[in-house]
Design a protein around this ligand. Sequence first.
Ligand code: F6P
Length: 353
Amino acid sequence: MKRIGVLTSGGDAPGMNAAIRAVVRAGLSRGISTIGFKRGFNGVLMRSSSNQDDFTVLTSREVSGTVHRGGTFLMTARCLDFLEKENQIKAVENMRSLGVEGLVCIGGNGTFHGAASLKELGFPVIGVPGTIDNDMGYTDYCIGFDTAIDTAIENIDRIRDTCGSHERASLVTVMGRDCGEIAFHTGIASGAEIVMVPEIPWSIEEVAEKVKWAAMNGKNTMIMIFAEGAGSSLTSDVDAICEGNESLSGISGKYLTSSGIARIIEVLSGQEVRATVLGYTQRGGSPSAKDRVIASRLGAYAVDLLAQEISGVAVGLKGEDLIYVPVEEAMNSKIDPAAVSEMASLIGTLAGI
Ligand code: F6P
């Protein structure tokens, strides 16, 4: 193999730059040059008016000073057009015309779907897990998760300070799409009393009861972590709770926001509750040491495999070991339900309510 490509796709994650750098330098150490495609699979489709806007040859110097930077310098996007077969075929033609013989795709589930479609067309691909959600069950770790948790707990520590001063509870919304990993880890690391996740049914009445009970037992501040997808496992009839209650007018089950949930908990518990959405702060920032090291290991490993003519796989970590599995298996893999239950039970044990 003389030339490979690399792209980052889907939501960005701290550590993606370290992974790109590792791909480029591991390639150069084996006499392989790397083309960086911009904006995920859009770059491979090469539809910009100028080619420079779609791809660039990545020299060793071009990846200098990137290991510590957040975001992805290749930029990223979600490319719905890539779901169409004709575009996938075009992508393979484009890459072959540039002499690209294999592609490293850094991202989450959607990215791995794109990679799997190229594999189906016989093009060598390697998936590298990069998503703050850490929602891919085949690997113990996805690039960006550690930094996202650090960012979240730094903010929650601040929120707890002000909550303590005012003797309030706080509902803090974290990212994670349909996975509770960020919420659980953030919850444990920040000493949260309650965590609501999409995987486990929960009710607003029960949460409000806990807040009331905790306050009666002398807890003057409480942190509740709300995973952004946790509305899907809510069992309460919100409209029935709000109906006829003037303090809850304007809140509806259909368009329920985290501020709406905080307000209902406040009214039902009689304790002041504030809502904060951490949002995209969790996706940005300089990667932690752990993210830099793992991203570097996974990026270099992807190139090692391509050089050995192993492809159509996703790389990952099991314990401290580098592993690979077929990319289709990786993209459909879910977090072990036993691990989810263990986390939920630990939150309950440590809550001290
Ligand atoms: O997959 C990472 C993630 O940050 C999810 O936690 C979140 O649901 C989603 O991306 C947000 O995506 P977008 O950047 O398209 O708003």
